[in-house]
Design a protein around this ligand. Structure first.
Ligand code: BGC
Length: 742
């Protein structure tokens, strides 16, 4: 090529690079722009009442409408935000009063719990986590954002990034399970999906990392219960997904309900200010949880409303959800010098900053024509089906009962969840509607129209009686295959839904036993918001498929997997115990001085139940067979600031295309503080054709190898590290390397 031709080509290339890079950098800077000048100008004009108005969030009516009393408050500039008010027309109506009828024309921010979908409902977050597919989860959050913004919602109270090690706690359904690494990857994915690179876009919303913090450590798994968590566990287990959300640019946080080490999370200066603001430099705002400021009185941290407002505001909670103590008491607290003007101004500033970043001053209204096309459209519904199928976990498949052949003549479909529209949506359904949901019965019928479906419910979810068992058993007798859908109702997990037993409710297991006794190949489809104790089925039922609550497209997605159109590749994001008495049981535990040893009574175990889980973290089967072999490390030793590649050979040794989640774990063998027996530090969901082999590579960096030492400093210490790779947290191959002294 001639030199001037080359120069021309390079110039064109440069122009292309600049042009394609420009919008991204512009929008990124929008998200981090501080809008300080505009905010200063507004603050200078605001009365104290107007400032306190910005700190107030009130609840709408259950149906999405605002309350009559909001109108006057908004007109006077005394309300900054609502929750649950939604719908393009209704939000515009109230917004118009704020923007055209109030003195300073400050727009409202409309919040709503868009947890796993707005109208198109995706699997519950625990189910999405089982996909081990951050890209898919990001896409789902993106769709939820587009649907909600079109309906006038600016702000979702998600992602919920609480680590949960106790399946009795119903809110385990709302998070990503027990692991901080997987939880962090999904926190990032959800924040990116909701916010994009610029949440002023008409299809994005600002996200809220909640519940800050350690809410999932509720004692005895009882919701709202007290928590006592060491700083090490906070930093290494409970903080990381929140930090990941901050790094991904999350705009808001929600302070949790729980008491944390004696100082409730909604008034905790260490977590709200020292860590979040000073260490992590978070510049968005913190909203309390629902009346959690007022609840400081019942906690016993505050003697009265004024105390509660002072504690929460001074600790760093900027906006008060539902209770009105800031508004009622800030004036008197300021007079008594218990609260400074600067604290109020800073809280207002943070809230206005997010309103500016959302573009609400420039474009306060939503286009009322958008809602119809953006919500529950065919693309969104197809994405929900795809992610739902990717979130299913095959727990057992003896004798290849699954996948089913489409030419089978008849299926007995049994169980209280086989045809339930409402339950498959799980808890927090946004604006999702049961009538949109595809049940398992409907999914099977459309997948295999030639197959006769003999449906018999057997009993309701609480399953108190055996009256209808016989009908179910008869259906089984006359069918080629039996599918039994059992589990929990949607209300049995989620908020305020803790259970002391995590068995199948009522007589459901008896129903399974009775139907299985008909002797037909039997598949149990589980629907639930938490791990269940399912020992009998794990031992005796030929095939078990965990489907969580899979959302609007549940039935289609489950049918896709049952009939093999989709080869299951989901993995458990949480340990399944054998007995409630083992809880808390999680894979990344510390060792003991006397690790479990079957031949030694004086080792750490139980007399009445094995110490091992029923199904370990990371577990899940496929219709094909994968082999992981030949673990290679890039070096035998590295310096503390060095990094290391790890690679393995993955082979699809079966006869179908399939997906394996290759998981990388490490163990720091001896350190200045004891380390977990295993910690996830990498994963990849890989698709392989039959017979295909591929090397899967990971990189370990100081961020993966470090921990908080005795002085709470993050360090990588010299010594031996084990590296383990496998298809779950138990069946691993291993190698090791050394970190040398610096
Ligand atoms: C829950 C939050 C939720 C809020 C608003 C509270 O009861 O704990 O997760 O975002 O209500 O609905």
């Amino acid at each position: 090529m001639k030199p001037n031709k080359l120069i021309r080509l390079l110039f064109i290339l440069l122009v292309v690079v600049v042009l394609t890079a420009a919008p991204a950098s512009r929008s990124n800077s929008e998200r981090t722009q501080s809008f300080d000048k505009q905010i200063d100008a507004l603050l200078a004009k605001m009365t104290l009442a107007e400032k306190l108005g910005q700190l107030q969030q009130l609840d709408g009516e259950g149906n999405g409408n605002f309350r009559p009393e909001h109108v006057e408050l908004v007109r006077k500039g005394l309300l900054g935000s609502t929750l649950n008010v939604r719908g393009a027309q209704r939000t515009n109506q109230l917004q118009r009063i704020a923007v055209e009828g109030s003195r300073l024309k400050i727009p409202l921010i409309f919040g709503f719990d868009v947890i796993h979908g707005y109208r198109t409902v995706f699997p519950i977050p625990l189910g999405e986590a089982a996909s081990w597919d951050p890209a898919g989860v990001e896409r789902a959050a993106g769709i939820a954002a587009a649907e909600s913004r079109a309906a006038g919602v600016h702000w979702t109270f998600a992602p919920m990034v609480d680590i949960a090690r106790d399946p009795r706690w119903g809110r385990i359904a709302e998070g990503s399970g027990e692991d901080p690494y997987l939880g962090s990857a999904l926190a990032r994915a959800r924040v990116r999906g909701f916010q994009g690179s610029d949440y002023s876009a008409p299809d994005k919303v600002v996200a809220c990392a909640k519940h800050w913090v350690a809410y999932g450590a509720a004692e005895a798994g009882r919701d709202y219960n007290t928590t006592d968590v060491s700083e090490r566990n906070l930093r290494e287990v409970y903080f990381p997904p929140f930090k990941a959300a901050v790094d991904a640019g999350v705009g808001t946080f929600m302070s949790a309900f729980n008491n944390l080490n004696g100082v409730p999370a909604s008034a905790n200066p260490f977590t709200l200010t020292e860590v979040l603001r000073n260490e992590w430099k978070f510049d968005g705002f913190v909203v309390s949880d629902y009346t959690s400021v007022q609840e400081l009185i019942k906690h016993g941290l505050a003697a009265n409303g004024a105390d509660a407002a002072r504690e929460a505001l001074n600790a760093g909670v900027d906006m008060e959800m539902v209770s009105r103590l800031y508004n009622q008491h800030a004036g008197e607290l300021m007079k008594g010098r218990q609260l400074s003007q600067q604290t109020i101004d800073e809280a207002v500033r943070r809230i206005l900053r997010i309103k500016f970043r959302l573009g609400l001053f420039a474009k306060p209204y939503v286009d009322e024509g958008l809602e119809r096309g953006a919500i529950f459209n065919a693309t969104n519904v197809a994405a929900a089906r795809e992610l739902a199928a990717r979130s299913l976990v095959l727990l057992k498949n003896d004798n290849n009962v699954l996948p089913l052949n489409k030419s089978i003549r008849s299926i007995a479909l049994v169980g209280p969840l086989a045809d339930s529209h409402k339950d498959v949506l799980g808890s927090w359904t946004g604006d999702g509607r049961p009538e949109d949901a595809v049940t398992l019965r409907a999914g099977l019928t459309s997948k295999a129209p030639q197959t006769k479906i003999n449906y018999a419910k057997g009993c309701d979810i609480d399953c108190g009686k055996r009256d209808a068992f016989e009908e179910a058993v008869s259906a089984a007798r006359v069918s080629d295959v039996v599918i039994i859908a059992v589990g929990e109702s949607a209300e049995m997990s989620g908020e305020a839904a803790s259970r002391s037993s995590i068995d199948l409710p009522g007589l459901q297991l008896e129903l399974v036993k009775a139907v299985q006794a008909a002797g037909k190949p039997t598949v149990v489809v589980l629907m639930n918001g938490r791990p269940l104790t399912i020992n009998w089925m794990a031992e005796n039922t030929p095939a078990l498929l965990e489907t969580w609550f899979a959302g609007s497209q549940a039935g289609n997605a489950i049918a896709d997997v049952l009939f093999g159109d989709v080869n299951p590749g989901g993995k458990l994001p949480v340990t399944f115990p054998r007995a409630v008495g083992q809880i808390p049981i999680y894979y990344n535990h510390m060792n003991t001085g006397r690790p479990p040893d079957a031949s030694n009574k004086y080792s750490s175990k139980y007399l009445d139940v094995p110490w091992t889980p029923l199904f370990p973290f990371g577990y899940g089967l496929s219709y094909t067979k994968f082999r992981i072999a030949n673990l290679q490390l890039g070096a035998q030793s590295i310096r503390p600031d060095g990094s290391l590649t790890v690679n393995v050979e993955l082979e699809n040794a079966g006869s179908r295309a399939g997906e394996e989640v290759v998981q990388l774990y490490i163990r720091d063998v001896a350190a200045s503080v004891t380390r977990p027996v295993k910690e996830l530090k990498g994963f990849q969901r890989v698709t392989l054709q039959p017979g295909e082999k591929r090397r899967v590579e990971f990189k370990l960096t100081p961020e993966h190898l470090g921990f908080y030492n005795r002085r709470m400093k993050f360090v990588v210490e010299p010594g031996e590290f084990k590296v383990m790779v496998g298809p779950n947290s138990v069946d691993v191959i291993e190698s090791s390397f050394q970190v040398t002294a610096p």
